[in-house]
Write a protein that binds this ligand. Sequence first.
Ligand code: GLN
Length: 477
Amino acid sequence: MYQHRSIASFHGLLDHGDITCEQVVRHYLQRIEATRHLNAFIDVYTEEALERARTLDQKIASGVPRGRLFGVVVGIKDVICYKGHPVSAGSNMLRGFQSLYHATAVERLLAEDAIIIGNLNCDEFAMGSSNEHSAYGKVLNALDETRVPGGSSGGSAVAVQAGLCMVSLGSDTGGSVRQPADFCGILGLKPSYGRISRYGLIAYASSFDQIGILGTDVQDLALMLEVMAGPDDFDSTVSLDPVPSYSSQLQSDRTFRIAYFRQALEHPSLDPDIANGIRDFIAQLQADGHTVEPVDVNFLDHIVPTYYVLTTAEASSNLSRYDGIRYGYRSENPGTDLDSFYKQNRSEGFGKEVKRRIMLGTFVLSAGYYDAYFTKAQQVRRQILNDTLLIFNDFDLILSPVSPTTAFRFGEKSEDAISMFLADVFTVYANLAGIPGLSFPIGKHPNGMPFGVQVMSNRMNELTLLRFVKRSFPGML
Ligand code: GLN
């Protein structure tokens, strides 16, 4: 029985011959089999993962150099392309589709000898906060199976939470890595916009999307990030900034200047026990020598509307490619003309939430409303970014709740899209501003579920973020 503590300690076990890659993969395959009902995985690459593990074990025996992620067992969200493997964005629209190429992130993991064990369930096209919108059915939170795991990367969070892989990849357009990590009591990192290539990531909202990492150890996240980050010929939005060797630079004695939004901690939607837990955490940080101060912001109420105008607009454009002609779902009742053919394919292939967003996005982009909604939201986004950059003149980090509540029960919000959207208030901010955010657990709610906090740093300054978390993360609950 293998218990993952960190990639570094796993490598120690391999070095001492205490364990083999094949044993570890077998362990995970058994765990996955025993927890099938959680519905975290869509496909498990059993034979292939074992084969790769055996090849890696031979590498140890023959003494050839090993990659930085040697034998690390990774699960990937069903929006990330792995050549020759199914990828469907949790949607019937793409059910049965196989990736024609590797996402850059996946290619880089494989080049460092990682083992990809399967693809993970998620909300359809990464739209959602509860994993109730997947064509493959809901994912269960392993800590309380009557509760949601969060979304959209719910499968990625549960896979780590339930010990079904060492680390996982998710995608974060408005919180989809940080919020499920929070609901499941693990760590979730959304890097800066443009830190990791989006090539091979199925697009939801291209100016927000970013691949993220879920795990249980800060150094694991740092190592995964440094492997995947950096320029890529296939994505011109990737930053050309050099990628620091994050994992070897985490130790730091410095204290940090940390801001929090007064309006966020006093937000009427924030559960009082979570607010108190965060206040206690702030007191601990101050006792540890950090400066933690409230700042007043006036944009909090504009965050969610701005996000949902812009992301639905981008989604309506991105998802127009799924017409059933080139690939994807094709109706058995295609009608007699091209228009009804498209309509039929898209009406049957997409689920309710995706259709809601395509319609919203089409509306805000329509000639009569473009300026009132889309242009306005772009201006608000710019204002939020400007205000954010000013805050980083005086502070290293911004601290915030992750979600107003702990993991809620299935069905609690699914009939009320607005209440689901409003619960994204604390996470979508980082995506609007393009800044990195890391959520980590800090306590247990009286209802038995974990809750955490997120910290955000300035663009491309993941190192500060990771150093702070290395120093201040109280440890897994
Ligand atoms: N819950 C948010 C949404 O539904 C975030 C999704 C995401 O980050 N992919 O848009």
